[in-house]
Design a binder for this molecule. Structure first.
Ligand code: ADP
Length: 254
């Protein structure tokens, strides 16, 4: 693939065809490199908790322990197993071919739907999630309910995870210039400007987040991006470090 077709006559039809072939080769190459990187990152993400688990069990078997030590080590073993399970679940979500189930779009009324989703997320996360509607009439969109729910649940989970327990998490909806939108806003740690185009890549996590040992797999936003692409939803993010982040979804209307 490192080979390129040599450009003989740059301006005639053969020249154009040659350029197209070279562009195609470049894209195939880039995609193979991405795939290789993905496999190596995925293996690393699974190997790390597996090594920790092995270490924990080795320590346990080496000499007799007190009841408390056993409990502590076994708890740590469970944490490693949970981390691996979360990574595997998210890898499966990312690999699943949703053509079919998730691509079916139905008419959905956003306000009622979001009230339910915010209520449910608040219960799951044990945090208040405020809902604010900036429209005075119902908002109808064509969407896949399950897919949109998964997108929102990932965004709300992050908003909760990357902000202080007493900071507000807000879900907003409305229509701007004819386009229905949903925003998930937090007043949390924010994201460095140089990372804004990287956070949707599989396994990308900001160093500060890893250093602070915030739990996560780095796959949530990759899933959001994939589901959004399949549903014709545009995702954008604005964020300021130390102030918070807003993730905005623009939906195709009905
Ligand atoms: P995870 O949360 O499991 O690390 P994600 O793919 O959901 O993985 O997010 C990737 C990274 O983007 C996070 O590790 C974090 O650095 C950053 N991030 C995502 N959402 C937020 C947010 N609401 N506030 C601050 N940082 C965020």
């Amino acid at each position: 693939l490192n080979e390129r077709v040599p450009l003989a006559e740059p301006n005639d039809e053969i020249g154009q065809l040659t350029r197209s072939i070279n562009e195609l080769l470049e894209r195939v190459e880039a995609s193979l490199i991405r795939e290789k990187q993905f496999t190596s990152d995925a293996s690393h993400e699974l190997r790390t908790p597996l090594s920790v688990l092995r270490g924990t069990l080795e320590v346990l078997i080496r000499k007799p322990r007190t009841q408390e030590e056993y409990v502590e080590k076994i708890k740590s073993a469970f944490a490693s197993i949970d981390r691996m399970s979360a990574t595997i679940d998210q890898l499966l979500a990312l690999a699943r071919e949703e053509k079919g189930k998730f691509s079916v779009r139905e008419e959905l009324e956003l306000i009622t739907f979001l009230e339910e989703v915010t209520d449910q997320s608040a219960k799951e996360q044990g945090r208040e999630v405020r809902f604010q509607c900036e429209a005075s009439t119902p908002i109808f969109v064509r969407a896949n309910e399950q897919s949109l729910q998964m997108i929102l649940s990932n965004l709300i989970q992050n908003a909760v995870k990357y902000s202080q327990p007493d900071a507000e998490v807000l879900v907003k909806t409305g229509v701007a210039e004819g386009t229905p939108y949903i925003e998930v806003c937090d007043a949390g740690s924010g994201i460095a400007a140089r990372h804004l185009d990287k956070i949707f890549d599989p396994f990308f996590r900001e160093k500060e987040v890893v250093d602070r040992a915030v739990p996560g797999t780095g796959l949530g936003l990759a899933i959001v991006r994939k589901l959004a692409q399949e549903s014709g939803i545009r995702v954008s993010v604005s964020s300021e470090q130390g102030k918070g982040s807003t993730f905005r979804l623009e939906l195709p209307d009905s």
